[in-house]
Design a protein around this ligand. Structure first.
Ligand SMILES: C[S@@+](CC[C@H](N)C(=O)[O-])C[C@H]1O[C@@H](n2cnc3c(N)ncnc32)[C@H](O)[C@@H]1O
Length: 134
């Protein structure tokens, strides 16, 4: 999945659009938890979830570490396989004004996306019985 990671792009008028939720709003993470639950439901045991996502930064609000935030949610149920850094080849990053602004205002450009890979377990973990193990 290649989900929205903030509300900076207007994807649709659909009120269920996750792209209407700010990366600084806990509701964004709740919505993504629902998407991961659905991925878990539809994947076969042993199936692989791939999540392509970017961190987000606004000068006034600071860093929204979306990648780590989502990773910590889906790894509750999925087993991590790998974390791949995908260099962004977005042409706008090559524009001089972004580089000048980064140097002038002392911030880093979002130069990569995460590609997270994780597996649905072959078997669902056995439900814990009431007693604790001794
Ligand atoms: C970062 S874009 C990726 C688009 C697509 N991978 C592509 O390359 O065209 C995120 C996409 O998620 C869709 N989206 C947002 N909320 C959604 C939801 N609740 N259910 C399904 N898709 C949703 C948006 O409409 C948008 O197309």
């Amino acid at each position: 999945m290649d989900p929205p990671y903030g509300d900076h792009i207007d994807y649709s008028e659909d009120p269920r659009c996750i792209g209407k939720l700010s990366a600084y709003d806990p509701k964004y993470y709740q919505a993504m938890r629902g998407a991961f639950d659905e991925a878990f439901r539809v994947l076969k045991p042993g199936g692989v979830l791939a999540v392509y996502v970017c961190d987000y930064f606004e000068t006034k609000k600071g860093l929204a570490p979306v990648g780590f935030g989502l990773f910590s949610i889906f790894t509750v149920r999925f087993i991590p396989i790998d974390i791949v850094s995908v260099v962004r080849r977005n042409k706008s990053l090559l524009k001089g004004n972004f580089h000048q602004a980064a140097e002038r205002d002392n911030f880093f450009l979002r130069g990569f996306n995460y590609l997270f890979l994780a597996r649905k377990p072959e078997e669902a973990p056995r439900r814990q019985r009431g007693r604790s193990a001794r």
